[in-house]
Design a protein around this ligand. Structure first.
Ligand SMILES: Nc1ncnc2c1ncn2[C@@H]1O[C@H](COP(=O)(O)OP(=O)(O)OP(=O)(O)O)[C@@H](O)[C@H]1O
Length: 922
């Protein structure tokens, strides 16, 4: 401390007692505190005022405060103790650069450097953590700008999949949306630093889940729902046109923009780490459960329509403040869908879907004349299993979550959602109109039949989006058939580019690097004459589409004429390609990759960088490196946006699944081919038709509203437990524990939660500060006035006097003004016992995870390790000279874990982009 003090100019003179430069406070030294606008205050654009706590405000800029008091005061940043942002911060891997989770250990003011452009990214803060690694807020001095940098875990599978994200985003940004008009996050740069792939994105703000949470799980005003819906549809339309399926659309992956003068607010879609090309859908275990489409649950072929389902769920959640289908399990999810929508998946889907027998029983008769199965009554020949039947078939009780919506259908849920108290009569009529419009809108989105589900373009013309008066059910005009996807998307590819090239993607913008990679001595060309040994080669008939392209993990083409590129050093690990065939054909989504090896001999590729013997049908998730607990020191500050959400959907790369129940990745996709005809318009076509937000004549006449909605869907044909109690007689205990488990405290995943907690424990000022904090959150008010047709926010602003000082009470002030009674609307926030702690409340469960799994993504070391261990990673070949573990603490036998003497960044990895791309952020 002494040493530190004497180094501080200004302080030095004080400490020494020297009178040479006597210090005295200057008059100008004191001036009104003007906090730097950043972080939580950014949301002011939306009228969301979240003041920084007093303690923070008094101390955050203390050096500056001292400097104002005494201009001679000089405190160099280097004197600051290292402040780690990554936890654990002990460097045990990668020569001490990485922690035990293969995360690069970040500290404030450490730099990430693009060795090619020498651009430095000065780490300032942690923005979030996800499956792939960490996202840090970084300062780029030369551009005088903050960006978000995603630092991918130092593991090959993560690395490779992250390259897919790079490639997809670059394709979307550059080829489809060069002018940044489609609400998709911009990617600026990517490079490797200390063996970590770093991806620089534009800096965005809070995600929509956080926004809803800030609003205490009350829904947002219809004007905002409408506005965000329109913007998200812009993005979805772009993706459909690019034939890209996001595969993980959820409120957490839609972020507010940070622009200071944006009016109205803007959102953007992020996280393309799960995305894939529409004609190369390989993985069956995709989408976060609440937002998972029925076709994915059922194991039916899927298209961009699954994103529209997720979109429908998001729109409903924005309005309700709670997920529409918060299924605790897939059984529960389907049950909720059927109950709320009042239908069930169409027979043609059930007939073909792989998992139908898991959820439905066959009750129809077989028409022997034409061989088809039809019900004589014209009703469905499938009936949903009851809970008991499911248990009988699966030998386990289905997890059933809490009922939030009081057994209402979609219409009832929306219609009976509480109104704000102060809604005037004229506004009430308008609100009702909007609600009817919303109901109709949602019906077209959460439509069981993927063929009938509206496309982004169709949905964008719905009156709910366009703002036109809703008079009758909307019937979209049919879309113009588009040219096949593969002709629509131009992709860069290179035979040595590995599986992301095979996926029709190119993360590498500079061709030189690709060549360098191809020719690089670190890659070995391995004659590969026995494709059948690696049974995935060309075996996946579902998307060979006549071109001889293969399917699974980086493998495609002619079994007998293939070279496999093996890189002992490259994070790309294993690249293979088929000679003389177009390199298109593999899903980029390694996380959901299901190995399809119907005629293999038990060997497959390991993304760990080697050929590894694996059992048939092994999911790539099963050779994902052990995914250890995400033990961020302060997850409350920068933990996953909502670990719970990330938990239940099964990303094989660690997008945690609940051990024991969600690890059931579907294997053997086995879909025989015949992808449905994908319709698409050309970019010019749909862009021209897309409604202009600012146009007063938004698509007038472009949509029609026939008097009768022709849904073509008969009523529900089956029901879960029809005529029987929903719960198994023995399930009372189970249900209770399930409810408890699935209703964790939102604080467990709320990054701001610990702030409030901190305030509570903070001496005598606690209640004042807490009150200040709470009363400064004024979301509802903020969202009200911008659009005229909806009126104000749905909720009154909470009054100070009513604000409790106890943290646990805060969120449950949600409906003090609600007019509906709890018995009418079983909303968790309306429960009269709202003053009890969250954990016993109907606190919204994100994806049904237990709190403890939140930050571990539901994967314990043991569980992951068990999966990992069965994959024997081959000993690296000759030029992998730096064998052995990278560090004493490492037990990673994969070459990835070794540092070696290779210049990965320079030789192997795709280079960062040129200046023109980056120029966008200047
Ligand atoms: N451009 C950005 N600006 C600001 N914050 C961001 C940005 N991108 C990501 N984040 C933050 O980082 C978190 C993790 O990002 P992202 O979802 O891309 O990572 P991931 O590892 O793919 O996560 P997941 O586990 O959901 O797949 C986000 O929830 C968000 O809070």
């Amino acid at each position: 401390m002494d040493e530190v003090n004497t180094k501080v100019a200004g302080y030095e003179s004080l400490a020494s007692g020297s009178a040479s430069v006597p210090w005295s406070p200057k008059q100008l030294g004191f001036r009104p505190y003007a906090p730097v606008v950043s972080g939580e205050a950014r949301t002011q654009n939306l009228g969301v005022f979240v003041k920084r706590p007093l303690v923070s405000r008094l101390t955050k800029d203390i050096v500056e405060t001292y400097r104002i008091c005494n201009p001679q005061f000089n405190y160099p940043d280097e004197l600051n103790p290292k402040r780690f942002l990554t936890s654990p911060s002990a460097g045990v891997l990668n020569d001490g650069f990485d922690n035990e989770n293969s995360d690069f250990i970040l500290s404030v003011n450490c730099s990430l450097v693009n060795s090619e452009t020498h651009r430095r990214y000065l780490v300032k803060d942690m923005l979030g953590q996800g499956t792939f690694g960490q996202v840090a807020k970084c300062w780029v001095a030369e551009l005088h700008r903050f960006v978000a940098v995603k630092i991918i875990k130092n593991q090959p599978a993560y690395y490779q999949q992250a390259l897919v994200e790079v490639s997809i985003l670059r394709t979307l940004n550059k080829k489809f949306d060069p002018e940044d008009k489609h609400h998709i996050v911009r990617i600026y740069d990517h490079f490797v630093y200390q063996r970590h792939l770093c991806i620089a994105f534009e800096l965005l703000d809070t995600n929509l889940y956080e926004l809803i949470k800030l609003n205490h799980f009350r829904g947002l005003s219809l004007s905002i729902v409408q506005l965000f819906s329109k913007q998200i549809l812009y993005g979805l339309a772009l993706m459909k046109d690019a034939a890209i399926i996001h595969c993980d659309l959820k409120p957490e992956n839609i972020l507010l923009c940070t622009r200071t003068s944006v009016e109205p607010p803007e959102v953007k879609i992020i996280d393309f780490g799960s995305a894939c090309m529409e004609d190369h859908t390989v993985y069956s275990y995709i989408q976060s459960r609440y937002y998972r489409s029925p076709e994915v649950v059922l194991g039916y072929r899927y298209t961009t329509a699954i994103d529209m389902w997720s979109f429908g769920c998001i729109v409903a959640e924005l309005f309700l403040g709670l997920p529409l289908f918060p299924g605790a399990s897939e059984f529960d999810l389907l049950k909720r869908m059927i109950k709320i929508i009042g239908e069930q998946p169409p027979d043609y889907v059930l007939k073909e879907a792989k998992n139908t027998s898991k959820f439905f029983k066959h009750v129809g008769s077989v028409n022997h004349e034409d061989g088809s199965q039809t019900s004589s009554s014209g009703r469905s020949i499938y009936q949903a299993l009851s809970e008991e039947e499911y248990e009988g078939r699966e030998n386990k009780k289905p997890l059933i979550g809490k009922e939030y919506f009081n057994h209402m259908n979609l219409e009832g849920i929306v219609k009976k959602y509480p109104y704000r108290k102060s809604l005037k009569e004229e506004d009430l009529a308008r609100e009702n109109q909007m609600r009817l419009s919303l109901i109709d809108f949602l019906k077209g989105l959460v439509e069981f039949d993927p063929a009938k589900r509206w496309s982004p373009l169709q949905a964008s013309k719905h009156p709910f989006v366009t703002g036109e008066p809703f008079t009758c059910p909307y019937e979209p005009a049919p879309e113009t058939p588009r040219v096949p996807v593969s002709h629509n998307v131009k992709v860069d590819h290179h035979p040595a580019g590995g599986h992301w090239f095979a996926a029709g993607l190119s993360p590498n913008v500079l061709g030189g690097n690709r060549v360098a990679m191809y020719n690089n001595s670190h890659f070995q060309v391995m004659p590969y004459a026995h494709g059948g040994n690696f049974g995935s080669l060309g075996s996946h008939g579902s998307y060979n589409d006549g071109t001889g392209l293969g399917s699974s993990y980086g493998s495609y083409g002619d079994n007998s004429n293939m070279l496999a590129y093996y890189s002992p050093v490259g994070p790309s690990a294993m690249n293979n390609y088929a000679q003389n065939i177009p390199v298109l054909g593999t899903s980029p989504d390694a996380r959901r990759r299901i190995m399809q090896m119907p005629h293999g001999n038990g060997f497959a590729f390991s993304p760990a960088g080697n050929f590894a013997p694996m059992s048939l049908g092994t999911s790539p998730s099963q050779f994902t490196p052990p995914y250890s607990q995400m033990t961020a020191g302060s997850p409350g500050h920068y933990g996953p946006s909502s670990p719970a959400r990330g938990n239940c959907h099964g990303s094989p790369l660690g997008k945690g699944t609940v051990p024991g129940n969600q690890m059931s990745r579907r294997k053997g996709w086995g879909y025989s081919g015949n992808l449905p005809t994908q319709e698409s318009t050309s970019s010019a076509h749909w862009q021209g038709q897309f409604p202009d937000v600012n146009s007063p004549n938004i698509n007038a006449g472009n949509w029609k509203q026939p008097q009768q909605r022709n849904s073509g869907n008969p009523g529900p044909h089956g029901s879960f437990g029809s005529g029987k109690p929903l719960l198994h007689p023995k399930s009372a205990f189970h249900d209770k524990s399930e409810a408890t488990n699935s209703l964790p405290d939102p604080g467990d995943w709320d990054p701001n939660y610990s702030d409030e907690l901190l305030l509570q424990d903070d001496s005598s000022e606690t209640s004042n500060l807490a009150t200040e904090f709470r009363t400064s959150v004024q979301i509802s008010q903020a969202f009200a006035p911008t659009e005229s047709f909806v009126g104000g926010a749905r909720f009154n602003q909470m009054s100070n006097s009513n604000m409790p000082t106890q943290r646990l009470n805060i969120p449950i002030q949600a409906f003090p003004h609600a007019e509906a009674s709890p018995d009418v609307y079983a909303h968790p926030m309306m429960n009269s016992s709202h003053l009890t702690p969250h954990i016993s409340q109907f606190t919204p469960s994100r994806l049904g995870q237990q709190p403890v799994q939140r930050f571990s993504h539901g994967r314990s070391m043991g569980a992951r390790g068990g999966e990992w261990n069965h994959v024997k990673v081959q000993v690296p070949l000759s030029n992998f000279g730096s064998g052995g573990q990278r560090s004493p603490g490492s037990n990673n036998n994969a070459p990835w874990g070794r540092r070696g003497n290779h210049l990965i960044a320079a030789n192997i990895l795709p280079s960062s982009h040129g200046g023109n791309e980056y120029g966008r952020i200047t």
